[in-house]
Design a protein around this ligand. Structure first.
Ligand code: ADP
Ligand code: MG
Ligand code: MG
Length: 250
């Protein structure tokens, strides 16, 4: 699904990613953990093709294509989905209209027919049921006045509609109380499938109390320095991130 090899990337003239390797297979859920400032969000942004991030070395293959050669829209067309740490607010834009436009522009890019209002509403009802979500979120302007939990649930709803092959969720757990966290985790779990991979980027272990990742990676100083199963997350919870400095120094 995704193969990252020796990836190096700069923000401005500062090198942030320093030779990162990551392999994500179909249907797998990978957690990327690490201290603040280690480059987790930079990795998400580079994979999304966001401006301001310059790749200086390495390669990224996504469903057999050279991801780094593609525009952000082309990456989305291939089935890459990114939910960001700070979702944008769009005052005056109705959430349902926004979601419909997003889905139809994706379908159009793929040469699929656009959904009419009736078909779209049917789809929305379907997804609301799967995710146990309330319809009220859809009637409001995009993210405006949404609580932290509502923003995150809205991201998961976007993901449910767009049905990506690879979803990258950056700090989906940040700022959530325990009920909101559980709700978001249930949504993510409902969207797991053998055809869909996920990368969960998180500083804290607690999201992983509700979502069992297949693999856990530790990102530190721009590289993945350790990989393991879900027990690695528990080890990090117990030991904190302090040992990383010692390990990197050695
Ligand atoms: P993480 O998500 O792991 O907390 P980031 O990828 O956000 O880490 O940041 C890694 C490093 O890159 C930090 O030192 C941060 O200050 C720097 N950085 C990230 N984005 C920018 C930016 N747009 N401008 C300047 N520095 C940045
Ligand atoms: Mg951070
Ligand atoms: Mg971050």
């Amino acid at each position: 699904m995704l193969s990252v090899k020796g990836l190096r990337a700069n923000v401005g003239d500062q090198e942030i990613l320093k030779g990162l390797d990551l392999e994500v297979g179909s249907g797998e859920v990978h957690a990327i953990m690490g201290p603040n400032g280690s480059g987790k969000s930079t990795l998400s942004h580079v994979l999304a093709g966001r401006e301001g991030y310059r790749v200086t070395a390495g390669s990224v293959t996504f469903v057999g294509q050279d991801l780094l050669a593609l525009e952000p829209e082309e990456r989305a067309r291939l089935g890459l989905f990114l939910a960001f740490q700070y979702p944008v607010e769009l005052p005056g834009v109705n959430n349902t209209a926004f979601l419909k436009a997003a889905l139809n522009s994706l379908r159009k890019a793929r040469g699929e027919p656009e959904l009419d209002a009736v078909a779209f509403l049917r789809l929305i009802k379907d997804k609301l049921r799967v995710l146990h979500l309330d319809e009220s979120l859809l009637k409001r302007p995009v993210n405006v006045g949404f609580s932290g939990g509502e923003k995150k649930r809205n991201e998961i709803f976007q993901m449910a509609l767009l049905e990506p092959r690879l979803a990258i969720l950056d700090e989906t757990d940040s700022g959530l109380d325990i009920d909101a966290l559980r709700g978001v985790a249930e949504g993510i779990n409902a969207l797991r499938s053998p055809e869909r991979s996920m990368i969960l980027v998180t500083h804290y272990q607690r999201l992983l109390d509700y979502i069992q990742p297949d693999y856990v990676h530790v990102l530190a100083q721009g590289r993945i320095i350790r990989s393991g199963g879900k027990e690695l997350a528990l080890e990090l919870e117990e030991k904190g991130y302090g040992w990383i400095d010692a390990e990197l120094a050695a």
